[in-house]
Design a protein. Structure first.
Length: 201
């Protein structure tokens, strides 16, 4: 008679650990909110590092103004047993985000038209200004400096296009109650909305 045996295998459950790379990347992404970024983190001096599982880590303050490039950070949290954790990490954080960049070189002073730009993901790691993520439909801008393809377009790269041109005839008006004074004059420089420019009368 054939007998059938059932063998029970018991596999010990070991403590799990989270990828340190993924943990650090997620924490840095949170610090960039509301800007939508993707982070690539590389540990310095080690190829891999793992953290205790199911721990809600946070980055300890103070943090650098721009959370990018070569960084030394301290991760704080509590283990499942309530033990306070403090884990220092060092490495390189490369930051990528959606960016406008010119299709071809745009010289300073030229009007920036949407057709001359393309939106793609570019590296933000070394930026010292906020990238432009959108344009108002009815607002025109000109290049404040030469714009190079492949470099993210930032707010300091733009200035509002002038609504008044140099040597254009303008009307100056002054009102005080029922008194109205109007003078014709000539603009001595270009002027954008909100700017104060000299006028010759």
């Amino acid at each position: 008679m054939r007998r059938i045996f059932f063998i029970a295998l018991f596999i010990p459950v070991l403590g799990c650990a989270s990828s340190g790379k993924e943990v650090v990347e997620a924490l840095i992404v949170d610090e960039w909110v509301p800007l939508p970024v993707r982070v690539e983190w590389t540990f310095r001096g080690t190829s891999a590092m793992r953290f205790p599982d199911r721990v809600d880590f946070r980055l300890d303050n103070p943090l650098p103004k721009y959370l990018a490039g070569n960084l030394t950070l301290v991760l704080k949290g509590f283990s499942l047993s309530g033990e306070a954790l403090s884990i220092p990490v060092s490495g390189m954080a490369k930051i990528y985000g959606p960016s406008y960049t010119p299709r071809e070189f745009i010289a300073a002073g030229q009007v920036i038209q949407p057709a001359r730009l393309v939106k793609t993901e570019l590296e933000w790691t070394n930026l010292k200004d906020t990238p432009v993520l959108s344009f108002a439909e009815n607002q025109e801008f000109i290049a404040a400096r030469g714009l190079v393809p492949g470099r993210p377009l930032c707010k300091n790269d733009l200035k509002p296009a002038p609504v008044i041109k140099k040597n254009q005839m303008v009307m100056l008006k002054y009102t005080d109650g029922n008194i109205l004074i109007a003078l014709a004059g000539k603009a001595m420089t270009d002027g954008s909305i909100g700017e104060i420019i000299p006028v010759r009368v």
